[in-house]
Ligand binder design. Structure first.
Ligand SMILES: [Zn+2]
Length: 153
């Protein structure tokens, strides 16, 4: 619809009395949406009903949520397997001595292998800043503290 909808303006609405999509006059609007309309054919005022052809196809007001969600789930699982593969290729066959036991006081570098007492084996995916690293574990990335100076510790 290119015409701007406004009160007293024309709009195509479905008229239940006429059973057709017909030109109506906008009588009332709420939040920029036509609320009540007057049928120019039967002169009946009624609530605005979107034309049947607009309801049939996907209008911008009703995005195709289910299929969009499905596509997202699909890419999620694709990302998941890629992530697990990446994780596996970095961890597999590595000697225990290749892993640095995690401690928040240790400073880690990108790609460094880590063994965490709770999360298991992982590798440093990214050094976020001096005090934070993102570590990829088998079940996903986790942000951990590193390089902390603990006074007296
Ligand atoms: Zn009508």
């Amino acid at each position: 619809m290119t015409k701007k909808t406004k009160v007293a303006g024309e709009i195509v609405s479905h008229c239940r009395k006429c059973g057709l999509d017909l030109n109506h006059i906008v009588v009332a609007m709420v939040n920029g949406q036509p609320k009540r309309v007057l049928c120019q054919t039967c002169k009946t005022e009624h609530a605005y009903h979107r034309p049947a052809e607009e309801r049939g196809s996907s209008s911008p007001k009703t995005p195709r949520a289910p299929s969009a969600r499905a596509a997202r789930a699909e890419s999620d699982s694709a990302a998941l397997s890629a992530r697990e593969k990446e994780w596996g290729s970095r961890i597999a066959g590595k000697a225990a001595s290749a892993f640095t036991l995690y401690s928040p006081r240790t400073t880690f570098k990108a790609d460094q292998l880590m063994r965490h007492p709770k999360f298991g084996d992982g590798y440093v995916a990214e050094v976020i800043d001096v005090g934070k690293i993102e570590v990829m574990f088998k079940d996903g990335p986790r942000t951990l503290a590193h390089g902390l100076t603990i006074p007296g510790g």
